[in-house]
Write a protein that binds this ligand. Structure first.
Ligand SMILES: [Zn+2]
Length: 287
């Protein structure tokens, strides 16, 4: 079974067990989603950055480009980390059922090894962890990207996540840009849908925001892992030049990511692959 297949199967099991509606879910690709490689649908660059250095919305009205990977030639890959924060996760934190959804050991490692990375942050995660968000923004090797405000579903069937009404989609994503912007650092207009679930209506809702939608071609499966080994295996068996690797920084429900990361980095090095930020991978900034 493919990794995607395994992920979908896992999600089905979780949904049946009643976990899907309340727990953060992995960002597995939606099978019905058209994924357009960057090479065939490059994001418009003409107004990607405003006068302050903060990326500005594009207002062309066209559907946002959807990027699944970067150029397959060369040796670059992008490590991306999602910072989910559903309402249910907030409740768990408040009740003391979990200690943290911020994997600080992993940040320590990325910082110590000077590894570039892109963080897809939900507005609710940034509000829950302002100090950690400041730490992300302060690192010149890290980029900030948008993972919605409350990690709700943008399509009807998205791993049991509560559905965001169509009329709230634009506002939800715009709100997260407003939450993230004061943190400064390397802001982007990259957006990743919760669960990677999107359809034409969801894309249309985001058209006014000038985002580039980023899926990914390497699903680490870290939210389901019971040890580091399967995460390492999932990444290293599928990564190749241009890959966008999806991992999580959400500690309590992706607790082996920090253990897996050194082995993943070693494996990338063995293959001659170099982690860069998404902007660099997609050629929007000099590497
Ligand atoms: Zn997510």
């Amino acid at each position: 079974m493919s990794i995607y297949g395994r992920m979908l199967a896992c999600c089905a099991v979780l949904a049946l067990a009643g976990c899907g509606a309340t727990e953060a879910v992995p960002d597995a690709p939606a099978t019905s989603t058209p994924a357009v490689p960057a090479s065939s649908a490059p994001p418009p660059l003409e107004s990607a950055h405003g006068p302050t250095g903060t990326p500005a919305p594009r207002r062309s009205g066209a559907l946002p480009p959807v990027v699944n990977h970067g150029p397959r030639r060369g040796k670059r890959v992008a490590l991306t980390f999602d910072a989910d924060m559903t309402d249910a996760m907030i409740v768990r934190l408040r009740r003391g059922e979990v200690s943290s959804y911020a994997n600080l050991s992993m940040l320590d490692l990325l910082e110590k090894r000077k590894i570039p990375a892109t963080f897809f942050v939900t507005g609710q995660w940034a509000e829950q962890y302002p100090q950690v968000t400041r730490r992300l923004a302060a690192n010149p090797r890290f980029e900030l990207a948008n993972h919605s405000y409350e990690h709700a579903a943008f399509t009807a069937d998205c791993y049991g996540l509560p559905r965001l009404p169509a009329g709230r989609m634009t506002g939800d994503v715009a709100r997260t840009f407003r939450v993230l912007e004061p943190f400064g650092g390397r802001q982007t207009r990259y957006f990743r849908f919760p669960g990677l679930c999107h359809d034409k209506a969801a894309l249309r809702a985001l058209a006014p925001l000038g985002v580039t939608v980023v899926d990914g071609d390497v699903v680490s499966g870290d939210p389901f892992a019971r040890s580091a080994a399967p995460v390492v295996q999932a990444v290293l068996s599928t990564v190749r030049p241009g890959s966008i690797v999806i991992m999580h920084v959400t500690e309590a429900n992706a607790q082996y990511t920090d253990e897996a990361l050194p082995l993943i980095l070693a494996g990338l090095q063995r293959r001659g692959l170099e982690p860069v930020t998404l902007s660099e991978l997609l050629g929007e900034q000099p590497g």
